[in-house]
Write a protein that binds this ligand. Sequence first.
Ligand code: 3HC
Length: 303
Amino acid sequence: AKKVKGVPEAKPKPVKKVGIIGAGLMASQLAQLFIYRLGVPVVMKDIKQEFVDKGCAYVHQEFQKMVEKGRMPEARARYLSSLLRGTLNYDDFADCDFVIEAVFERMDIKKQVFAEVEAVVGPECILATNTSSLSVTEMGADLKHPERVVGFHFFNPVAVLPLVEIIKTPQTNDLTLATAFDMAKKLKKTGVLVKDAPAFLVNRLLTKMLVDCLTMVDEGADFAQVDEALLGLGLPMAPFDLLALVGFPVAYHVAETLNQAFGAERFPLNANFKKLVDAGKKSIYVPGAKTKKVDPEVEKLWV
Ligand code: 3HC
């Protein structure tokens, strides 16, 4: 077999149970993917029962959709659904071999959940993070076993996009890295090894493009004009729709991380975008409208 750059010779660890910390947009998509591709039990934890219920409902619904599309028999969907367990308690993670966190993008919260889960899992359980831009090295710095920490960064929609960025820290050991690549392969994703640098590889480029698109609107372009131009170039999705898919707060957070790391000349922030984030806007366009119309509130906020 062709050797993939960066994959160590070490034998990967078998993964028989997966833990997911968080039950939000990315976490629930991860739960669905892990169950579907690995066929192993998955436990998904959040801090409120309503978040857990919502995440679990998403997974069951995605399996139902596959049945409706004729992609699996009803009995298979029922079996896969039965592999998911929602919880509020880390005790259910004790026998996991691979845990991935997809909680809110804040270093203190990510460090806290890693410390909490490390207290219940075995010393060789892989601790992966789906962070979009934060330092994976720092996330593992206070753990007893930082050598089992790795970045495993997926892209939305997880079921469709083939990429997973695999982020190695100076501490990550060969067993962890080999297991991460093996997991990517079993999940039918393309694992690409990237440096633990701010926003890694894809989000650094993607955020640059999205912020520049907003700046062009500052400079007089219409939202629709920018969208049409880039769709015409062959992007699978118009940039301002992509911004809504990523989520305004997440995109702004990545832009801030890059701004702080590399300076405003290379990664400027966009003041109008900040206003939309602060106002809780989720989209440039009127949600659900048949033809695209810029949300009047967005027009009002934009100067
Ligand atoms: N969940 C599951 N499946 C989905 C889905 C979702 N949310 N959205 C679309 N799909 C599936 C559809 O069911 C369909 O599957 P099928 O052909 O097997 O039935 C297939 O994807 C194609 O969907 P559509 O025909 O509805 O739509 P498009 O062909 O226009 O594709 C798209 C939709 C895949 C979302 C495409 O527009 C795309 O690739 N967009 C770019 C997305 C992107 O760049 N994401 C990266 C964001 S950055 C990120 O996530 C990182 C984070 O850290 C910020």
